[in-house]
Design a protein around this ligand. Structure first.
Ligand code: MOS
Length: 733
């Protein structure tokens, strides 16, 4: 029947549009009470005291938890968020909006009212709010990529060769702080039963949340259960277990009742990470023919105070591997500010990094008077120039060709301001996309009952991308059972463990386990059939049997699987499998690729920029479901259009307070901002990377979009804007 590769509808689609899909905050837990966070109003200093009498005397108030009475939590290993400020462990204030108290009351309204009556007194310290002013004090990340590689790399002699270039570029590119803004707010319900903790929380990884909470409360992992059957997106913001989840559990222990804590939209700007601001210095040199001879990419990214943890945006990682160049250096540095801890946000590293690199590549092509695609092809990396490994697969040439054809790239005239529609300037820009292919260990359990119904279980997460759907397709093909008979369960830490749904790794990690567990079940069913007297297949081998539509089909006859279970008196049959990456990472460089084409229309008098067309062509390996894949592709491109023209978190330099903590003033694209997007899936099947041949598709389509648009804006206007978002005032010169 081959379900893999089919555009089936989302299995959870109907549940979501009818409201039947239950998000963590929607679970009814008897006796639940409500917690509301109180946040600091200064960016640096310390708390000198609380005035709580008024709040305490208000109706329904059960507790006000502050650093004075919160009690100590432990600091588990490998938890990126520190225990200092945000978990009420001391009086230090490290950023504006830091949680300083939790008010618990019978109703949400009572908790909100009392929270607004909490008075905090502070001594105010000097706040570092300007990254540019602090660049000179940038520091080397201590745990870059979890210590798996150094933050810097060097090949050849980039500095010595730069000056010999016939064409040289030395430019700085800047991207702002951006916030994820998932539709569903971060939310937790925490309930203790003795020393056992149950938590319904919005998370991209129930296993990570379980480990973090167990560590913080000093209890066994087995005594923490984390549930999240549906997620209203995360984009990276729900990858870590952030302080509000911990504070909900702390509050529940404090009042000995289940506690619900849902963040306001404004609180989501200081409670759960953001994409750091980046300042990226690029130096590129090429010979007269357009061969790159020197590349340097120095990346500075903004951070919180170091005591809160560490997050380094890997802005220059794509630069290492994307083009062949013998002399190259990259560095990553952090700049500590009085801000909350940044984190992964869709296409972390590559989204801002490739904006800088692919803008710089466009500038080089212009200076060389070369076609931008021609220039990329001239420097095409046939093998990974960073680690000298072959690519597991790379269909980037096909992305360029198919994207250019669909876009009509050859009709572009190279000269800036040379294309118009009436008075409107038309610009066409191009950029490359790439994102690493990741995979981690995962485990799956599968069970079939006497009616032939199948349950497949894995503690993975569907962040809105289609995990429920594609895993059901994989199980269906392996088991020979129609999708309607399969239920895929996820989002529960009691299920077999899987990695966080981040880094575009879910399908590559989990699908092989689904396949292996289902294959193990098929083998068990065949063994049952071979041993069954009625079937008359004794002495035959498994290979003589196959399974299709719930039947075991063998020589001369077919047996319904339910009948086999009944004959053998088995209530059900089950199997488990664990899978993990093999030696492929040692052998290959694994990446997805893409080509992004943007057309913009710019009003030359008013500077208004509209994206009028967009084409993206992608090599994401094997595609399990073209329909959910297209949703990812247009979602990523839309995210990239937001990055290019709209999104920017603004902090008041004086108070260190974020001023646009809402979706009215933090601009994001709406339907009217988004043109018809054409997506092309370039046929590829990367079995070198994993058994399903997939490369991951969540982050790839966002990468390069901002550069393609910036390059199109240059082509339309002749103005090179080296920062995003590109605003009206940037092109009115
Ligand atoms: Mo993605 S930013 O790795 O959730």
């Amino acid at each position: 029947m081959a379900m893999i590769g089919k555009s089936i509808d989302r299995i959870d689609g109907r549940l979501k549009v009818t409201g039947a899909a239950k998000y963590p905050a929607e679970f009814h837990v008897p006796d639940v009470v409500h917690a509301v966070l109180v946040q600091s109003t200064i960016a640096a200093g310390s708390i000198t005291g609380f005035e709580l009498k008024e709040a305490r005397d208000m109706p329904g108030v059960l507790a006000i938890i502050t650093p004075d009475n919160a009690g100590k939590l432990s600091h588990p290993e490998n938890v990126p968020q520190a225990m200092a400020g945000p978990l009420l462990q001391n009086n230090d204030i490290l950023f504006n909006g830091q949680h300083v108290a939790v008010v618990v009351a019978e109703t949400l309204e009572q908790a909100q009212a009392a929270a607004s009556a909490v008075r905090v007194t502070y001594t105010r310290g000097e706040a570092a709010t300007s990254m540019d002013a602090m660049l000179g004090q940038a520091y080397v990340p201590k745990h870059f990529r979890n210590g798996q590689r150094p933050p810097d790399s060097n090949r050849g002699d980039p500095d010595g060769t730069f000056n010999s270039g016939a064409v040289k570029l030395d430019a700085t590119y800047i991207t702002p702080v951006e916030h994820h803004n998932p539709m569903e707010p971060h939310a937790t319900i925490a309930a203790w039963n003795g020393d056992k903790l149950t938590v319904w929380t919005a998370t991209q990884g129930v296993g990570g949340a379980q480990a973090t909470l167990a560590g913080q409360f000093g209890i066994d992992k087995a005594d923490v259960r984390v549930l999240c059957p549906y997620l209203g997106a995360g984009f990276g913001s729900k990858g870590n277990t952030w302080p509000p989840a911990t504070l909900a559990a702390l509050a529940a222990r404090f009042v000995k009742r289940p506690v619900k804590l849902v963040l306001t939209r404004a609180q989501m700007y200081t409670s759960n990470g953001y994409r750091p601001r980046t300042v990226q210095k690029l130096k590129l040199a090429s010979d007269v023919n357009g061969s790159l001879i020197s590349v340097r990419h120095d990346g500075f990214t903004s951070m919180s105070q170091p005591v809160l943890g560490e997050y380094a945006e890997g802005v220059a990682l794509a630069t290492e591997m994307l083009y062949a160049c013998p002399n190259l250096a990259v560095t990553h540095r952090l700049v500590a500010l009085n801000a909350s801890l940044p984190t992964y946000m869709r296409a972390p590293g590559e989204a801002p990094g490739v904006f800088a690199l692919e803008s710089a590549m466009d500038e080089m092509a212009v200076a060389l008077k070369m076609d931008p695609i021609e220039f990329r092809l001239h420097n095409y990396a046939e093998t990974d120039p960073h680690d000298n490994k072959p690519f597991a697969s790379k269909a980037l040439r096909a992305c360029y060709e198919q994207g250019a054809k669909a876009f009509g790239w050859e009709k572009r005239s190279a000269e800036p301001r040379s294309m118009r529609d009436g008075n409107t300037l038309i610009g066409r820009g191009f950029a490359t996309s790439t994102y690493p292919t990741n995979r981690q260990p995962s485990a799956v359990k599968v069970r079939m009952d006497r009616q032939g119904n199948v349950v497949v279980q894995c503690g993975t997460q569907d962040i809105g991308t289609g995990t429920y759907t594609v895993m059901t397709q994989v199980a269906s093909d392996t088991l020979g059972v129609p999708t309607q008979r399969i239920r895929f369960e996820l989002g529960d830490s009691d299920l077999p463990p899987a990695p966080v749904s981040g880094g575009s790794q879910t399908v590559a990690s989990v699908a092989p386990s689904v396949q292996a567990a289902c294959q193990a079940l098929v083998d068990k069913i065949k063994d049952l059939a071979l041993a069954n007297a009625n079937a008359g297949w004794q002495g035959q081998s498994r290979d003589t049997l196959r399974i299709s539509d719930g039947l075991v089909i063998g020589p001369d006859r077919r047996m319904p699987i339910p009948a086999l279970l009944e004959h053998g008196n088995h209530p059900f049959i089950e199997a488990e499998a664990k899978t993990q990456p093999g030696a492929e990472k040692q052998k290959f460089s694994m990446h997805a690729f893409g080509a992004q084409f943007a057309e913009v229309r710019v009003d030359p008098d008013l500077g208004i920029i509209r994206v009028s067309r967009f084409v993206g062509a992608f090599d994401a390996g094997n595609i399990l479901n073209p329909k959910t894949a297209r949703s990812q592709l247009i979602g990523g491109i839309t995210y990239g259009i937001g990055m290019a023209l709209l999104e920017e978190t603004l902090t008041d330099a004086e108070t260190g307070r974020i001023v646009n903590t809402n979706v009215a003033e933090y601009l994001m694209p709406v339907n009217a901002d988004i043109p018809d997007i054409e997506t092309i899936i370039v046929v590829n099947d990367d079995k070198n990377s994993n058994p399903l041949g997939v490369k991951g598709i969540g982050e790839l389509p966002m990468v390069g979009v901002a550069a393609a648009i910036a390059n199109a804006v240059y082509h339309a206007t002749g103005v090179r804007v080296r920062k995003v978002p590109i605003r009206i005032e940037d092109v009115l010169v």
